[in-house]
Design a protein around this ligand. Structure first.
Ligand code: GLA
Length: 391
């Protein structure tokens, strides 16, 4: 038995009395390499699943009670609710994510006849923009499918249900990228996903003599109630105006030239800038994946740098701290590309760094970051992992 499995079962026994019949599950977080804020604009994304994520030890109950406990929030104790009372409540805190997925499963007609005892343990730093919420949603779908024998539920369904519950139960109008990356992850591969059709292909991440480093600014981003929903609304406003002059379904249908020729119909400056990012970022993502397939890691890195500037200037979705991390990285020889990753407004940067420059990268970025912000950055060398599984 793996160490982590044993640790979770032992902890389950402490919290819930005994551990007979417990199963342990995992679902990964994700890092997005390029293609930011394109997923709700009908564009492309290029994320990969991580080997960090969220674990659950789970057992069915005989009654309809739902008991949730998180090893990350021990002070909250066991949070109790019931399958007969699934309304969102103000004090749900993190349990709103598993509750939302259970609610979405039953809403789709899947039979969840009994309650559950659930112990959670997450290895993704909270608020880092590496999709701790999506991993918890996909994890919940994974254990519901297994515990209740819902074998007709596919991994793409897990992603869709996760997104649906986050939109409709948690009030965060996210796209499908995070849940899709978690549910469909494949070791050593990124996922090139067309969010308009959900067609996708796996792209092996072979970076020759370089690696992927995630740097956490430790400035927490909280997307619920943040500017995220505003950005989405600004894109929708721009799209509605563009639709009067071009025959498109989404901003992802536009190329750069058609956007430039028609952008004057967008009346507000902020909406025009957001739409510009969505259009150019989608095209950049397509070009970046092609560059990677051609073995041109340097070109991929340059597109990442452009993506950062676009996200920071046109989309106004970075923050001063992550800009400092990225600009410090750009100065270092051996850094092929660096950009903010995820929803933004805090969180992490992702960088492609030559193996020979990793130590210099860590020390120089850390020093400049601390000097300018007084904050400490954390660094993780990324390993790309698989989707959800039962341990
Ligand atoms: C968050 C959302 C995703 C996506 C990214 C930005 O992570 O959950 O759907 O929109 O932001 O690319």
């Amino acid at each position: 038995m793996s160490d982590i499995k044993k640790e979770l079962i032992d902890e389950f026994e402490k919290i819930f009395g005994d551990s007979t019949g417990v199963s342990v599950y995992f679902a990964p977080g994700r890092v997005n390499l390029i293609g930011e804020h394109t997923d709700y604009n009908g564009g492309h994304v290029f994320p990969c699943a991580l080997t960090i994520g969220t674990y659950a030890a789970v057992r069915k109950r005989d009654d309809r009670e739902l008991n949730f406990y998180s090893m990350n929030f021990p002070d909250s104790g066991v949070v109790k609710t019931s399958l007969d009372d699934m309304r969102p409540k103000a004090d749900d805190s993190w349990t709103a994510y598993p509750k939302g997925v259970i609610w979405a499963f039953t809403g789709r007609g899947y039979d969840i006849p009994t309650g559950l005892d659930v112990l959670i343990y997450g290895t993704i730093p909270a608020g880092s923009g590496l999709s701790s919420s999506a991993s918890l949603e996909v994890l919940t779908g994974e254990f519901l499918r297994d515990q209740f024998g819902l074998n007709e539920v596919t991994n793409v369904d897990l992603a869709k249900i996760g997104q649906y519950s986050e939109n409709n139960y948690n009030g965060m109008n996210c796209g499908i990228m995070d849940q899709f990356a978690s549910a469909m992850g494949k070791k050593d591969n990124a996922i090139f996903l067309d969010t308009a059709t959900l067609e996708f292909e796996y792209a092996p991440i072979a970076l020759k003599d370089a690696c992927i480093i995630v740097t956490n600014s430790n400035v927490k981003h909280s997307l619920v109630g943040s500017d995220y929903n505003t950005r989405r609304a600004e894109c929708e406003e721009a799209l509605a105006e563009l639709k009067k002059v071009v025959d498109i379904e989404s901003l992802g249908d536009l190329d750069e030239a058609t956007f430039e020729a028609n952008k004057s119909v967008i009346t507000k400056d902020n909406c025009r800038a957001r739409a510009k990012h969505a259009v150019y970022e989608n095209r950049r993502t397509i070009k970046a994946v092609k560059a990677l397939k051609d073995g041109d890691v340097e070109a991929f890195g340059k597109l990442m740098n452009e993506a950062h500037t676009s996200m920071s200037v046109d989309y106004a979705a970075s923050c001063p701290e992550v800009d400092i991390l990225v600009e410090a990285a750009w100065k270092i020889e051996g850094v092929l590309g660096s950009r903010i990753t995820g929803g933004g407004f805090g969180g992490c940067s992702v960088s492609i760094v030559r193996n020979s420059a990793v130590e210099k990268f860590k020390s120089e970025v850390a020093a400049e970051y601390e000097a300018k912000t007084g904050l400490k950055a954390d660094f993780y060398v990324v390993s790309i992992g698989d989707g959800p599984l039962k341990l």
